[in-house]
Design a protein around this ligand. Structure first.
Ligand SMILES: [Ca+2]
Ligand SMILES: [Ca+2]
Ligand SMILES: [Ca+2]
Length: 194
């Protein structure tokens, strides 16, 4: 019985690690990220969707940002995500659509290969390799990741926003007490199952 309770508790406590909350904020870059809505798009439509939200397709500036994306909802292999890198203007010269300089690359082996002579946009998570990049045709269908500009970001979802302390006080001490009681029970449970 204790084992079942412990397993249930581990499952309960572990759930947040597997259910990603997007939009997501990366404290290292100070930017918000989200999935461009509407499912699969060609590269231009994905970028247009990102601009409409107030950003661009993601610019991966360093290995830390790449890893952060993998750890925060965009890490599944075979799920191709558009990034902002492209060589649409000059074949072989890759630039970020955000205008930021190329300071980091994470190409899959043998890429970019401009296969068929018309691969000018870049997806990450190519094949079974989380994060690795491949140049593909611009009319390939993939999901876009938007990186918001500056400190800008999406309007916070009220259902996931933690109330300010002053709001908590207005809600009354009764509710606060219930939350506190629930928390204490949870922690006691965690402590007793060891
Ligand atoms: Ca970036
Ligand atoms: Ca190309
Ligand atoms: Ca390629």
């Amino acid at each position: 019985m204790a084992r079942i309770l412990l397993a249930a508790l581990i499952l309960f406590l572990g759930l947040p690690a597997y259910s990603y909350a997007v939009p997501a904020y990366n404290p290292a870059t100070g930017h918000w990220y989200d999935t461009v809505p509407g499912g699969l798009h060609n590269w231009a439509d994905a970028e247009a969707g990102a601009v409409a939200l107030g950003g661009h397709l993601v610019t991966i500036n360093d290995a830390a940002e790449q890893q952060w994306l993998l750890d925060n909802g965009w890490g599944a292999p075979f799920f191709n995500y558009w990034v902002g890198l492209n060589d649409i203007v000059t074949e072989g010269t890759f630039v970020w659509v955000s205008g930021e300089p190329v300071t980091y690359t994470n190409w899959a082996g043998g890429e970019p290969n401009n296969s068929g002579g018309n691969e000018d946009a870049v997806v990450m998570n190519w094949n079974s390799w989380p994060g690795l990049w491949n140049d593909v045709p611009v009319d390939f269908a993939a999901t876009g990741i938007v990186e918001y500009l500056g400190a800008g970001g999406p309007v916070p979802d009220p259902s996931t926003t933690v109330p300010e302390p002053s709001t908590m006080l207005l809600l009354g001490s009764g509710l606060v007490g219930i939350i506190g009681f629930g928390r204490n029970r949870l922690f006691r449970k965690a402590a007793s199952s060891g």
